[in-house]
Design a protein around this ligand. Structure first.
Ligand code: Q46
Ligand code: ZN
Length: 312
């Protein structure tokens, strides 16, 4: 197998592109896919300040690495969920990456510790309010990432969602016809009004195995285990199904998600009108001031319930 670009010995084959690459040409391919995503989806400009959501996993650390190598000003935020050794290990990975790769580029890692800030780890909080751990986790992460991005004046928040994540999410939304979520599946979500950060997914053109290869080839030390709470989740099932289809006919995931985006672009309301629509329903939370559709935002409601349920 030889590299499509330089004919050197290839280290990875990409059946969906009918190509193979050596290490330098593969890195170039990955950087190019991200640069294309940033440009075509108008994610951010060279002078913008970016906040990357990192988990210690391959995708988010690879994203931080790529943005720094492309010359962007990107800091990162890690949320320590307090899930035993998974959190200890993943935090170590994020901190080590920040020290060895981030710091020399002038980038900073910010850390939010749920145990300290919310008063208990994610599993205890979920127990107190009688809600599934992952939905409690989702509310806290969304809230804290947005708060930090807005309070610290970042122009945009970037997450490490890849092609497999987005295709699996799309499959789930289509299977259940959750049309209201389809609007939110674009790789760029504009800032809705003052108080809501712009959100982007610069890795949507890259598959999970390509990002794993990028991380390994570039010696990015990441946590291999998934969060233990993800076990048995529907998302993993959808990914498995899509992987089977991909093996049978390479390019299926790409055709599914990118095809959806193409159709969305034609049908999607312009960003301005989406922002107007959001402004009409969103207003500041009476407790914390962050945008919400109710009087009190779901994070503040959740924290009030947790306090009421906590043993005195
Ligand atoms: S981190 Fe949080 Fe995920 Fe873990 S507790 Fe669930 S939602 S599975 S992306
Ligand atoms: Zn609130």
């Amino acid at each position: 197998m030889h590299c499509r670009k330089c004919r050197e010995k290839a280290v990875i084959g990409l059946p969906r592109h009918n190509a193979a690459f050596c290490k330098p040409c593969f890195n170039e391919f990955v950087h190019d896919q991200v640069a294309r995503a940033i440009k075509s989806e108008r994610m951010f400009a060279p002078q913008d300040r970016i906040l990357v959501a990192v988990s210690g996993g391959k995708d988010s650390l690879a994203l931080w690495d790529i943005l720094l190598k492309l010359g962007y000003r990107a800091d990162a935020l890690y949320v320590d969920l307090g899930i035993g050794t998974y959190s200890t290990k993943s935090r170590e990975k994020a901190e080590r990456f920040a020290e060895t790769v981030g710091k020399p580029c002038g980038a900073t890692l910010l850390i939010h510790t749920v145990q300290e800030e919310e008063g208990a780890g994610i599993r205890e909080l979920a127990d107190l309010i009688h809600r599934p751990t992952c939905s409690t986790c989702g509310t806290i992460k969304r809230y804290q990432f947005n708060r930090v991005a807005v309070e610290r004046d970042y122009d945009v928040m970037a997450t490490g969602h890849n092609l497999d994540d987005e295709a699996a999410r799309l499959l789930g939304n289509v299977l259940h016809w959750q049309e209201e979520y389809l609007d939110k599946q674009a790789p760029t979500l504009p800032a809705s009004l003052e108080g809501f950060a712009k959100k982007v997914k610069p890795l949507y053109r890259l598959a999970e195995r390509e990002l794993a290869a990028y991380a390994v080839l570039n010696r990015i030390d990441y946590i291999v285990e998934e969060c233990p709470m993800a076990k048995g989740s529907k998302m993993l099932l959808y990914k498995e199904v899509l992987n089977r289809l991909e093996t049978e006919s390479p390019g299926t995931k790409q055709a599914f998600y990118w095809g959806f985006l193409e159709r969305q672009t034609k049908a999607r309301p312009a960003p301005a009108s989406m922002a107007e629509k959001d402004q009409a329903v969103l207003h500041p939370c009476m407790t914390c001031g962050q945008p919400t559709t109710a009087d009190i935002c779901s994070y503040c409601k959740m924290m009030a319930r947790a306090k009421a349920g906590a043993p005195h």
